[in-house]
Design a protein around this ligand. Structure first.
Ligand code: KMH
Ligand code: ZN
Length: 280
């Protein structure tokens, strides 16, 4: 078990509407300020989805490029772009995300029902993403929505080799309607499966969607895992209490990690653990 906790913030996502969630960061200025605040609160990684001028999810290449540059300019955070995008995004646009040269990018390990929609991740596309990440020297975070995705990752690594950086880091995304549930028993089962299926030294984080955010966070810390929080995953801080800011969620995660005697990981340590190249 690592002595500290990697905290990732996922501030925006592709699903919530600004009109429903006014605190959601959707402009570049709001996103950069969010990054600054979340770094101060203890985050080391920012998982980024961007929006267009109408606050709708987009994978526009220039905006992605400018977003990476602006976050690097104002923060030291490890910048992880989403290649998941929105369920409506096509494979070519999702692959092109890597051209914005982030430090990391997400790589979802299988197709999953996603509420009333389908989040499509066919095998050939996963292989293309994995290989393009190696070519572009981007470190993946493998997104695991269900336990079979870990077996798929084992197959990917055995057939196509380790990712750039040679470290395997996964994120259990739990509580999506259609995926694995967000509870302590599932985190434990996933952590055990990760130990069986992934190379020694691999690391995991967990995130719980909606009201599963707290049980998943507690269970991940208890199982030796790391945590992801943010308004992509939950917009309620507590019953009838909307989230005020992403930093509020990061601050709570940092406090809980401190109580677990695994305080937030410094960004430099996070870079070394994840196998990310030094900036510049
Ligand atoms: N928005 C979801 C369809 C990722 O960022 O890689 C996909 C998602 C996963 O959020
Ligand atoms: Zn995402």
């Amino acid at each position: 078990m690592t002595a500290s906790t990697l905290i990732t913030v996922a501030p925006t996502g592709a699903e919530s509407q600004k009109s429903d969630v006014p605190a959601l960061p959707v402009t570049l200025k709001e996103l950069v300020q969010t990054g600054v605040d979340c770094q101060a609160a203890g985050a080391a990684v920012i998982h980024v989805h961007i929006r267009d001028d109408d606050a709708q999810a987009t994978l526009d290449p220039k905006r992605l490029h400018d977003t990476v540059a602006a976050l690097r300019e104002s923060t030291d955070l490890i910048v992880q772009l989403s290649t998941g995008g929105a369920v409506s995004d096509g494979e070519a646009a999702r692959l092109a995300v890597l051209d914005a040269a982030p430090d990391m990018a997400s790589c979802t390990m299988g197709t999953v029902n996603f509420g009333d929609d389908i989040f499509m991740n066919r095998w050939g596309f996963i292989v293309d993403l994995h290989e393009k990440m190696r070519e572009t020297r981007v470190v993946p975070e493998y997104e695991i929505f269900d336990i079979g995705h870990l077996a798929s990752l084992e197959r990917l690594l055995s057939k196509h080799g380790l990712p750039f950086g040679e470290h395997v880091h996964v994120d259990f995304v739990l509580g999506v309607p259609g995926g694995a549930p967000g509870d302590a028993a599932t985190v434990t089962a996933m952590a055990e499966a990760a130990r069986r299926h992934l190379p020694e030294g691999s690391t995991f984080a967990a995130t719980g969607i909606g009201r599963t955010t707290l049980p998943v966070m507690f269970a991940s810390l208890a199982s030796g895992g790391h945590v992801r929080v943010g308004m992509e995953d939950t917009v309620s801080f507590a019953r009838r209490q909307p989230v005020e800011s992403n930093a509020q969620l990061v601050q709570r995660a940092a406090e809980v990690a401190g109580l677990a005697q695994r305080p937030p990981m410094e960004i430099g340590e996070a870079r070394r653990m994840l196998g990310i190249r030094e900036p510049g």
